[in-house]
Write a protein that binds this ligand. Structure first.
Ligand code: TEU
Ligand code: CA
Length: 548
């Protein structure tokens, strides 16, 4: 079995995990202190989002030095201690490589600005249009033009994200050599996994105006992206077969993912795709809210399951990360059925074919932030888009309600360790406020309660280790057109697993089209689930059945 199929990855956003020195910012020592908690949960890898030196315009996704630790998170010694301590608990460390762009504070960019041509060729500088305007009409994903003018050079540089995040020029072999060397540097420190940030955007095609869109058609899954990934694989992580890799694929297509994450393609182990998380906004615009479309959600999940399997390609499966709202607030219920719905959503993901990712706090059923004032937000994307919505004439209340649903800060509020002030996250003033519901949703109480969301996640992880069907089984939808039930079957060498979920608050009657003979309940979110052919599913009821 490939090293990644029966594993579970836990994502840590260090800034919001645990602060040990009272400055209000989580740190690497905080991660070390909670390794026992992660061992109890049972995860195999921890993915740490960037802790490298950075001006923190985009919370570390603006890297100023790829080989260091930002002093607000600690030191390189702390990092080495973390790898060693995690290793003792059989937990491996995965790092986040932000290789599409660097911070404009990076020495490469600073030398480019100072006039060194060799470093100007590390980035994408272009001359203005005859009228002095930007080279193309592309938009930054954080709002505004994707081009920033540098008066002293008389040219614009490309930034698909914030203007302090300049896109690297992967066409330049010197850039590719530098990046491979950075991966090797971290491999030499014992790192066993890499997540590559927006890595399907690294190969830009032509620099042309986009008449219908924001420019993404020219740089998404670009012309040389597979070649670049194969090269990076050969020059770095591909040399250690234990290493697992995951690419974050922005607006990708499944066809490209067959190659990014296909067996024998020598690109990456697996991919994150996001189509299933766009079912509550209009088109590609996350700033236009619509109610979640369950049918679309199910179609997307199922077609990626079947499509990737039929091409021997592997998915990362997930609901949550540091860019997404909390799933229980989004597709579940924050009220009476909070616990049932959090467990149901967990089961849906962990039963799928792919490697499950848990984002910190998801295992506690943490909810959205429910901020009421703009000054509570810290995220550059939220702040920029709020201003843009207001400029377009939207009311303050309208724009606030969109942020309340879709802001990235929903998932970035500090971990809720206990019921105390600031949820046990810090002795100081947290960089982003703690959700007051830490009084009821917290790790201290859940690790004492066998019926908690935490122990449900623990059980799901254990089942993946116990039964090969979770890692290796085929995937077949069951009754895919049903308006309320999400059900599927996995099968592997005579072993079978059924995953049956009522996705809604309303009870529903379901005629199970498969015989349930010989199946036993492995896990459920009600103490007394009794599967029958004519099944009355209770609110958010979720059952895993097994035979063989
Ligand atoms: O995110 C990529 C990305 O395109 C989106 O998730 C984006 O953050 C936004 O939600 C679009 O509406 C990755 C990182 O995960 C994110 O935190 C960084 O801000 C971004 O890349 C830039 O490095
Ligand atoms: Ca700190």
């Amino acid at each position: 079995m490939e090293p990644f199929k029966n594993k579970v990855v836990y994502q840590i956003y260090p800034k919001s995990f645990l602060d040990t020195n009272g400055d209000g910012i989580g740190d690497l020592q905080g991660v070390i202190r909670k390794l026992d908690y992660l061992e109890e949960l049972g995860v195999d890898y921890i993915w740490l989002t960037p802790f490298f030196p950075s001006p923190q315009r985009d919370n570390g996704y603006d890297v100023a030095n790829y080989r260091g630790v930002d002093p607000s998170y600690g030191t390189m010694k702390d990092f080495e201690e973390l790898v060693a301590e995690a290793g003792k608990r059989n937990i491996r460390v995965m790092l986040d490589m932000v290789f599409n762009h660097t911070s404009t504070q990076h020495t490469w960019f600073q030398r480019a600005l100072a006039g060194e041509e060799a470093y100007q060729d590390y980035y994408i500088f272009r001359t203005p249009r005859p009228d002095g305007g930007p080279p193309t009409n592309w938009c930054s994903k954080f709002g505004g033009s994707a081009w920033e003018y540098v008066p002293q050079l008389g040219r614009y540089y490309l930034h698909l994200f914030d203007k302090t995040q300049a896109d690297l020029n992967w066409e330049n072999p010197a850039v590719r050599r530098e990046l491979a060397e950075i991966v090797r540097f971290w491999m030499s420190k014992g790192v066993k996994g890499f997540r590559f940030d927006v890595v399907n955007l690294i190969s830009k095609g032509e620099y042309l105006d986009d008449p219908q869109g924001d420019g993404r058609q020219f740089y998404t899954d670009g012309p040389r992206v597979h070649e670049f990934l194969k090269e990076l694989n050969r020059q770095s992580f591909g040399r250690d077969k234990e290493i697992i890799t995951v690419g974050e694929m922005s607006s990708t297509s499944m066809e490209h993912c067959f190659s990014y994450a296909g067996e024998g393609q020598e690109e990456l182990s697996m991919v994150f795709s996001f189509h299933h998380l766009k079912v509550d906004f209009a088109g590609n615009n996350k700033w236009v809210l619509i109610p979640p479309d369950f049918e679309r959600l199910k179609n997307i999940l199922f077609s990626w399951q079947e499509g990737m399997a039929s091409h021997g390609a592997w998915n990362a499966v997930f609901w949550c990360n540091h860019d997404q709202p909390r799933v229980v607030s989004r597709f579940g219920d924050e009220g009476v059925y909070w616990k049932q719905s959090a467990k149901m959503l967990a089961t849906v993901i962990h039963g799928l074919r792919g490697t499950p990712y848990i984002y910190q706090g998801e295992e506690l059923g943490m909810t959205n932030a429910h901020f009421t004032r703009l000054d509570q937000y810290r995220d550059v994307e939220s702040i920029n888009h709020f201003a843009l919505l207001r400029d377009r004439g939207m009311s303050e209340e309208g724009a606030s309600s969109i942020l309340r649903a879709h802001s990235r800060d929903n998932s970035r509020t500090p971990m809720q360790w206990d019921e105390g002030e600031n949820g046990g996250f810090t002795q100081g003033k947290p960089w982003l406020s703690v959700n007051p519901n830490t009084a009821v949703i917290n790790a201290a109480s859940q690790t004492k309660d066998p019926d908690s969301v935490f122990f449900h996640y623990q059980a799901l992880i254990r089942l993946r280790k116990q039964w090969d069907v979770f890692a290796l089984g085929d995937f077949t939808p069951i009754d895919p057109a049903h308006p309320a039930v999400l059900a599927y079957k996995r099968a592997w060498q005579g072993e079978e697993m059924l995953c049956v979920n009522n996705f809604f608050r309303r009870p529903c009657l379901w005629n199970c089209p498969r015989s349930l003979e010989g199946f036993q309940v492995l896990l459920s979110n009600y103490p007394d689930s009794h599967p029958t052919q004519e099944w009355k599913l209770r609110p958010y009821e979720s059952v895993l059945l097994h035979r063989g």
